[in-house]
Design a protein around this ligand. Structure first.
Ligand code: NAD
Length: 470
């Protein structure tokens, strides 16, 4: 199995971009996107786009990433459907003004928080889950009543082309537009004024996005990456632990922002873990994962070469097989990795897993804390004190205990990074909030007017009021 022939990089007409953004703004200013009915129609449109095009989208994901159909169905399309279902179910509740208390000193008054749309949002997506990471933020943006410009990744060119073809058929083209392309097109978009920019990708481009946003004081959500650690305690059930880690790591050939980047295992269980990982991989993909229809490919040769470089001079416990032609790298585990080895430098973002021994969970916590704050942190343990020590003693976008990725599947949990792994969060209600302004509204009553508050103040009045409110 191999990824399909590469499609030339998609482009949109850069010169048309200002007018296209202006058109979205006109639609927003005219109030087109505000009615709940419009929002509901667009949410239904997103759901229909995904539901009615499972085959073409799965084929595009396969062409771009060699993505197994079930992985495309669940992790890309299914994630969008779940977000859309949740938004449709909760739209009325989310958009209802929220009554809050009014303290004594402001009474008589009624206070409420009204969610209002921000305006025109720009959503820039990466290539690794190219459907989910474009359309899931869109769910929040339209639920909140915004007009939206979408920019899929040019790197996943087949999926970009399908989404560009399908979007105008299912979504209101007056208020939701899609620009294909890479640096030129994204730069042209970033030169325009937006009311929110939602960017998913690497930290280097996030700096470009933030700089462009600063010009217009546009708020940003940055969904970034980092080296997500996976801690394995001395007391775990090793077969289950290894199976869960191997699944989360080798899904999409390791090209998942929250994939475990490296493992810190209690020294007493290191050998056992490596053997169990090897068994898990063979159980999933057979003796030769290259022949498995269930194992994805690296997105392109550039990334393949980058990952191949990490294997140079490395101690490969198992895997390490490469095929440049097919952009294939077998599921690989590294041992005896120095903390300053190339594999421990940048985010790996591929099917290579360094395993490093530690003496205890305190050492693991100290190791994690010496590095940048990651997007996800995983701990496998049966010891609740160790679990608590890791949760409280480290900082990361999120934590999943005794599992991999599952914290993303609960829409009640906001998903996002912290520090270099991201700013802001989404999923479920958090998506709606991300694309909404929480407007405070206080309505004064007519019945009573606190006349002593008005000038002239005078000495006695001042003393009295200070005593009353001080
Ligand atoms: P990418 O190369 O597709 O880039 C992301 C987007 O940025 C694309 O739409 C691209 O066109 C645009 N872009 C690239 N260079 C640009 C430039 N110079 N100026 C303006 N726009 C530019 O994807 P990537 O960045 O390689 O994605 C992988 C990274 O994303 C990893 O670090 C991964 O951890 C992270 N990621 C994070 C999440 C999350 O939800 N937090 C999800 C997926 C991936």
């Amino acid at each position: 199995m191999s990824a399909a022939p590469s499609l030339s990089e998609p482009h949109s007409d850069v010169a048309s971009i200002p007018a296209r953004v202006e058109r979205l703004r006109s639609a927003f200013d005219a109030g087109r996107t505000r009615p709940l009915e419009w929002r509901r129609e667009q949410l239904q449109g997103i759901r229909a786009l995904v539901r009615e095009n499972v085959d073409v989208l799965e084929a595009a994901l396969k062409a771009d990433l060699g993505k197994p159909n079930l992985e495309g169905f669940l992790a890309d399309l299914g994630a969008v459907k779940a977000e859309t279902d949740g938004a449709l179910k909760n739209l009325k509740r989310w958009t209802r003004p929220q009554r809050v208390a009014s303290p004594m000193n402001v009474r008589p008054a009624r206070s409420r928080i009204v969610r209002e749309p921000l305006g025109v949002a720009l959503i820039i997506a990466p290539w690794n889950y190219p459907v989910q990471l474009l359309l899931s933020p869109l769910v929040g943006a339209v639920a909140a009543g915004n007009a939206v410009m979408l920019k899929p990744s040019e790197v996943s060119a087949h999926t970009s082309a399908e989404l560009a073809r399908l979007a105008p058929r299912y979504l209101d083209p007056e208020a939701i537009d899609l620009v294909e392309g890479g640096v030129d097109e994204t730069s042209a978009l970033l030169a325009e004024r937006f009311d929110h920019i939602f960017y998913t990708g690497n930290g280097r481009v996030a700096q470009v996005v933030m700089q462009a946003a600063a010009k217009h004081l546009t708020p940003v959500t940055l969904e970034l990456g980092g080296k997500s650690p996976c801690l394995v305690d001395a007391d775990v059930d090793m077969e289950t632990t290894a199976r869960r880690i191997a699944w989360g790591k080798f899904l999409n050939a390791g090209q998942t922002c929250v994939a475990p980047d490296y493992v810190l295992v209690h020294r007493s269980r290191e050998d056992e873990l490596v053997e169990a990982l090897s068994r898990a991989v063979e159980g999933f993909y057979g003796a030769d994962p290259k022949q498995s229809a269930d194992y994805a490919r690296i997105i392109n040769r550039k990334h393949h070469a980058r990952l191949a470089g990490l294997l140079k001079d490395a101690d490969v416990a198992f895997g390490g097989k490469l095929d440049e032609e097919q952009c294939y790298i077998s599921p690989t585990v590294l041992r005896n990795v120095a903390p300053d080895a190339p594999a421990m430098d940048d985010e790996i973002f591929g099917p290579i897993l360094p395993v490093l021994p530690v003496d205890d969970m305190d050492e693991a916590i100290a190791f994690v804390n010496r590095r940048e704050k990651p997007l996800a942190l995983y701990i496998f343990t049966k010891d609740e004190e160790h679990e608590e020590a890791v949760v409280r003693g480290t900082s990361s976008g999120g934590v999943c205990v005794n599992g991999i990725l599952w914290h993303l599947a609960n829409p009640e949990l906001p998903f996002g990074g912290v520090g270099p792994s991201g700013t802001g969060a989404y999923h479920g209600r958090a998506s709606f909030e991300t694309f909404s302004h929480r407007k405070s509204v206080l309505t004064k009553g007519w019945r009573f007017d606190a006349k002593p508050m008005y000038p002239p103040y005078g000495r006695i009045k001042t003393r009295l009021i200070k005593k009353l409110l001080g």
